[in-house]
Write a protein that binds this ligand. Structure first.
Ligand code: UDP
Length: 492
């Protein structure tokens, strides 16, 4: 079932089962299909429900894109039926079981490659074993690393120079050597794995090795956002990579935006109606991504900051999550807060999933308080808004430094301590005052705020331009498709 003519490629996509990985990868798969390629997305049944409408729209418009639905052996690892995504794995134990269940998919992936003989396999960097399977069938594996060039450079450079090893204090600031800009960090902001080897080290080593040995890396970024780091990555670190983003921009249809990721908890009509009633740049949008949850004390501080501020806001508090004991974790909003802000019209609280890109692109949005997940950063950049940064886990502290120290389009609430799990309690609470000060700086009218706003607006324009014909991301997608075709034809 390989694509018959030498000018068409058949690309198989295998995304990781977490919104921050799956959403951009599905966008990429759809971009590939839009170039005329034949595309198959390998996905599990519950995750298929999240994307089937968008794929259906693509098929109706003549694109060759299909879903290959495979079951996840949840029961075999002791997970409840249907727990097929990290958003549903609300405890560290469940997360580890989900990793195990995903690893058990290897024979199924091998069988699919044997049945379909695609011309390439695009898989998440976390799915390290897909490289071996792709090699068995002699097809290129492209690794999708969910973050940007800055993150790649910073983590490679830290592991090479180990500047944190020369510092004993967790809170002392140090400069990372060997980067195009002066980037400062503290030890407390570094992932554990950077400081000491632990039970994730082996996976991390494999991940880096399999990225390096792959045909190349697909980056959800655009050249103008981080040119020095894209160059550093390719020329100094020797990593072969194509920048094809911001991929969220390819969701041009309003239904694509509203349905991206999950069913939203607010209707597009209610959301847009509320935003239309606000002045341009008067609303701060607050969302901590798909996985992060705060405890009661921290939630109360955020609510107090919002109550004390003069700015309107949209606050996505997320859904209550089920733990492995089937208990529902409460969402800690202070009593009457929600009714009060609804009554005075100053706030919209979204309990569940928000149509993030639709909200961000509205002219009423003046700032984005974010946990610095890479997708959120890019979506804020596209919208041309400045950020209030509050990194929590994964590489989010690195992304924060890109925003605050390199691009200079954001102000930090001052979180200093990295955590391994998104739902784990933070050892330190950010006070309402810390939060309020950062919001006021970003939303205010000081010279600092206006300069940030100008820089953010320019980046937004560059982001949108990058995917248009003849510009950086458009050209890299073109180059990538040609590279895969060349590889295919060289085999024949
Ligand atoms: N997102 C959304 N609505 C929500 C929460 C998140 O659309 O209510 C999307 C957001 O637009 C982004 C992704 O989920 O594309 C989150 O990815 P990110 O890398 O920012 O953070 P993660 O969830 O991986 O921590």
């Amino acid at each position: 079932m390989a694509s018959e003519n030498e000018n068409q490629i058949h690309a198989m996509f295998f995304p990781y089962m977490a919104p921050g990985h799956m959403m951009p990868m599905v966008d990429m798969a759809r971009i590939f299909a839009a170039t005329g390629a034949k595309v198959t997305i390998i996905i599990t049944p519950m995750n298929a429900l999240r994307i089937k409408n968008a794929i259906h729209r693509d098929v109706k418009s003549g694109r060759l894109i299909t879903l290959e639905i495979i079951s996840l052996p949840s029961a075999e690892v002791g997970l409840p039926e249907g727990c097929e995504n990290l958003v549903l794995a609300s405890t560290p134990e469940m997360t580890m079981k989900l990793f195990d269940a995903i690893d058990l998919l290897q024979p199924k992936i091998r069988r699919l490659l044997s049945d379909y003989h695609p011309d390439c396999l695009v898989s998440d960097s976390l799915l390290t074993w897909t490289l071996d399977i792709a090699n068995e069938f002699g097809i290129p594996r492209l690794a999708f690393n969910g973050s940007g060039f800055f993150n790649l450079c910073l983590s490679e450079t830290l592991s090479h120079y180990q500047p944190h090893k020369r510092i004993t204090s967790e809170t002392e600031t140090f400069v990372v050597p060997g980067l195009p800009d002066e980037v400062k960090l503290t030890r407390s902001q570094l992932p554990d794995i950077v400081k000491n080897r632990n039970h994730f080290s082996e996976l991390f080593d494999k991940l880096k090795e399999s990225e390096r040995k792959s045909f190349g890396m697909l980056m959800n970024s655009f050249y103008e956002l981080e040119p020095a780091y894209a160059d550093h990555c390719r020329n100094v670190l020797g990593i072969k990579a194509w920048h094809v983003g911001p991929v969220s921009l390819f969701n041009r249809d309003i239904d694509d935006k509203v349905e991206r990721g999950e069913k939203t908890s607010v209707s597009k009509h209610d959301c847009l109606h509320w935003l239309n009633g606000k002045k341009p740049r008067s609303v701060i949008y607050i969302c901590f991504g798909s996985l992060t949850r705060f405890n009661k004390n921290q939630t109360v501080e955020i609510a107090n900051a919002l109550q004390a501020s003069d700015h309107s806001f949209i606050w996505v508090v997320g859904k209550a999550i089920k733990t492995s004991n089937d208990e529902e974790q409460e969402l800690w909003l202070p009593q009457e807060f929600e009714e009060k802000v609804k009554e005075n019209g100053r706030g919209l609280v979204i309990r569940g999933w928000a149509p993030q890109t639709l909200i961000l692109e509205h002219e009423a949005i003046g700032g984005f308080l974010t946990h610095c997940g890479w997708n959120s950063i890019l979506e804020g950049v596209v919208a041309g808004v400045p950020f209030v940064t509050w990194p929590i886990f994964a590489e989010q502290f690195y992304n924060e430094k890109l925003v605050t120290q390199v691009l200079k389009v954001g102000v930090s609430v001052g979180n200093e301590i990295w955590k391994v799990w998104a739902t784990q309690d933070s050892p330190n609470i950010k006070t309402s005052n810390d939060i309020l000060m950062a919001i006021n700086t970003v939303m205010g009218n000081t010279d600092e705020s206006m300069d940030m706003r100008k820089r953010a607006k320019k980046l937004g324009e560059q982001a949108k331009k990058s995917i248009e014909q003849g510009n950086s991301s458009y050209n890299d997608i073109d180059r990538l498709v040609k590279d895969i075709k060349m590889h295919k034809n060289s085999k024949q």
